[in-house]
Design a binder for this molecule. Structure first.
Ligand SMILES: Cc1cc2nc3c(=O)[nH]c(=O)nc-3n(C[C@H](O)[C@H](O)[C@H](O)COP(=O)(O)OP(=O)(O)OC[C@H]3O[C@@H](n4cnc5c(N)ncnc54)[C@H](O)[C@@H]3O)c2cc1C
Length: 203
């Protein structure tokens, strides 16, 4: 969340990530899944896109990340698209058959944002406000907490450029993670698993 100390807040320019703008995410909480080992976060590969199932008390968070063009065939509004998608998707229906949707469906499109400027006189940004990237590796909490520690160090530091270093460090880390995420989507990460069997795969 943003840390704002004075009323010197200024317009923050944020950069989206064009190459991912085709993805959207639908999220809601159906009643308990048949497979809900508490503490385990499940990531499923779907026929198109991917999704998560996160057990919560009495329900679970079930999200799908998919090309909106593909979703269009499932209905005109997010609720209908979601309900029809989970009924149709073989990797999901085994877990969701007979479950009731407990919440409205929330739709996010192009949710990735990296703030160009993360600090100014009397204010600084940390966590999602500083940057949020594709959640495939659940980096949100890690990046938020790491950012908070780094911001604390910068505020405590005597160095004149400490806040600039904080901002540069956040940009570096967010972009580095985007590279890892890109390698997941384009298949290079999976090639690494096979690198010992086929050395060409890591090129
Ligand atoms: C559906 C979903 C699933 C996720 N799953 C995971 C996961 O499995 N693993 C993971 O690492 N991350 C996950 N994330 C991402 C993670 O939740 C966020 O990256 C993280 O919580 C960001 O922390 P934050 O402190 O920046 O923001 P937040 O946790 O959003 O905290 C911001 C706080 O500020 C408050 N607030 C907002 N406006 C005001 C205001 N004007 N005045 C006062 N308070 C205000 C809000 O109420 C909120 O409490 C998920 C996110 C979503 C939406």
């Amino acid at each position: 969340m943003p840390v704002v100390e004075q009323d010197s807040f200024q317009i923050i320019r944020r950069t989206g990530t064009k190459r991912r703008s085709w993805r959207c995410s639908l999220v809601c909480a159906p009643r308990q899944s048949i497979y809900d080992r508490s503490g385990n976060i499940h990531v499923d590969r779907h026929t198109r896109g991917w999704g998560w199932r996160i057990p919560l008390p009495g329900k679970f968070s079930c999200g799908i990340v998919v090309n909106p063009k593909h979703l269009a065939q499932f209905g005109d509004d997010p609720e209908t698209q979601y309900d029809n998608f989970i009924k149709d998707e073989p990797a999901l229906k085994v877990f969701t058959e007979g479950s009731t949707r407990l919440t409205p469906v929330v739709k996010y499109t192009n949710y990735q944002l990296i703030s160009e400027k993360m600090y100014g006189p009397g204010w600084a940004m940390v966590g999602d406000a500083a940057g949020f990237i594709d959640p495939i590796f659940s980096t949100g909490l890690y990046l938020s907490m790491k950012g908070a520690f780094e911001l604390f160090k910068a505020i405590e530091s005597d160095q004149a450029n400490a806040m600039q270093k904080y901002e540069d460090g956040r940009h570096w880390e967010l972009k580095m993670w985007q590279g890892v995420i890109e390698s997941w989507y384009n298949g290079r990460l999976f090639s690494l698993y096979r690198a010992d069997k086929n050395k060409k795969a890591i090129r």
